[in-house]
Design a protein around this ligand. Structure first.
Ligand code: SAM
Length: 241
């Protein structure tokens, strides 16, 4: 098992990932804010090699699908002990299987997970995992979108990145979270910076007015317009397109 940060200490929020490719971690999580938070001990990461729980001399982890079909399926009698071990490393948090069949990951779910003690994430490979593991270990299935990745590792990183930036002390200005897309059921309003004129496009006059009330009203109405145009489902509950 690989543990991050290298200097131990019990972090407040713990992420454990069961994977056949622990060398993918921390990967992109070793950059910028999320990495600084890792080094500061605000969260920790364990990458657990599923193959350590493999069967026999060859540490077999998968087998052919019962009933026939293409590809290989991760075995229940390998994943069961691997998940049990992960729970001893990281007790308390939910067991999550990243899966295209799962409930879509939303900011509300991210908030819920960030508010808890941490997460244990199972990254599938091949055709996926033996169905019995899901009921047998009470796995919550979460999808990061309606497309199929070759493995659950990138999905695990997406979930961890989104959760870690919500942990107390990770972002400098707490305020920067409250106006973000999805935090209030709206997409974020358009943002601008210098220069005032770029290739003939100027920034909206109201933002230069110094009138904070008007600026807030403009931002609110832009957030509503963008949400109406692009993601009406966020306010009506109806799925887009
Ligand atoms: N045969 C599976 C199916 O059709 O649903 C796809 C298996 S996929 C090639 C291998 C692994 O990638 C899955 O077990 C899952 O862990 C992960 N994965 C793929 N797409 C994902 C998604 N959209 N969200 C989360 N995990 C995903």
């Amino acid at each position: 098992m690989a543990h991050f940060p290298s200097s131990d200490g019990r972090a407040a929020w713990r992420a454990s990932v069961l994977t056949l490719f622990p060398e993918m971690f921390p990967g992109p999580l070793s950059i910028s804010l999320v990495a600084q938070a890792l080094e500061a001990g605000l969260w920790s990461l364990d990458a657990i090699q599923i193959r350590e729980f493999g069967l026999g001399r060859h540490k077999q982890v998968d087998d052919t699908p019962t009933g026939g079909g293409a590809g290989m399926v991760l075995r229940a009698d390998v994943l069961g002990p691997a998940l049990d071990h992960a729970q001893t490393v990281n007790p308390g948090g939910p067991l999550i299987y990243l899966s295209p069949r799962g409930e879509p990951l939303t900011q509300a779910i991210v908030r819920e997970l960030a508010a808890g003690p941490g997460v244990t994430l199972l990254a599938g490979r091949f055709e996926g995992i033996d169905e019995r593991v899901i009921a047998g270990r009470g796995l919550r299935e979460i999808s990061i979108g309606d497309y199929v990745l070759s493995g659950g590792e990138l999905a695990a990183m997406v979930l961890i990145d989104a959760a870690v930036r919500l942990l107390p002390g990770v972002l400098g200005a707490a305020d920067s979270l409250t106006h973000e897309s999805f935090e209030n059921g709206l997409l974020e309003y358009p943002q601008y910076t210098k220069p005032r004129d770029w290739e003939g496009q100027t920034v909206p006059e109201v933002l230069l007015s110094g009138d904070h009330k008007r600026i807030a009203e403009w931002r609110n109405s832009e957030a509503r317009r963008l949400t109406r145009e692009r993601r009406p489902d966020l306010t009506t509950g109806k799925k887009p397109g």
